[in-house]
Write a protein that binds this ligand. Structure first.
Ligand SMILES: [Zn+2]
Length: 73
């Protein structure tokens, strides 16, 4: 299966891992709460996983402008 990393802020798919035995554990996602996992990870019909994880560029931008994390407030 493939794991696609998509940034929730800019919408860019910035990495794809082709990992035949990927699990949430060996992806480093085991430390997330159930709620976080449900929010971050989505499973596609073909078995691929999409992980919504902020890209480096946006992480940097959010670090500089923390107010951007709550655009609706
Ligand atoms: Zn981004």
């Amino acid at each position: 299966m493939a794991i696609k990393y998509v940034c929730p802020y800019c919408g860019k798919q910035y990495a794809v891992l082709d990992h035949p035995n990927a699990t949430e554990t060996n992806l480093g996602l085991y430390s997330l709460t159930e709620e976080d996992r449900a929010h971050i990870i989505s499973y596609e019909a073909n078995g691929d996983i999409t992980a919504s994880i902020t890209c480096e560029y946006c992480s940097e931008a959010l670090h500089r402008h923390p107010e951007l994390t709550n655009p609706l407030q």
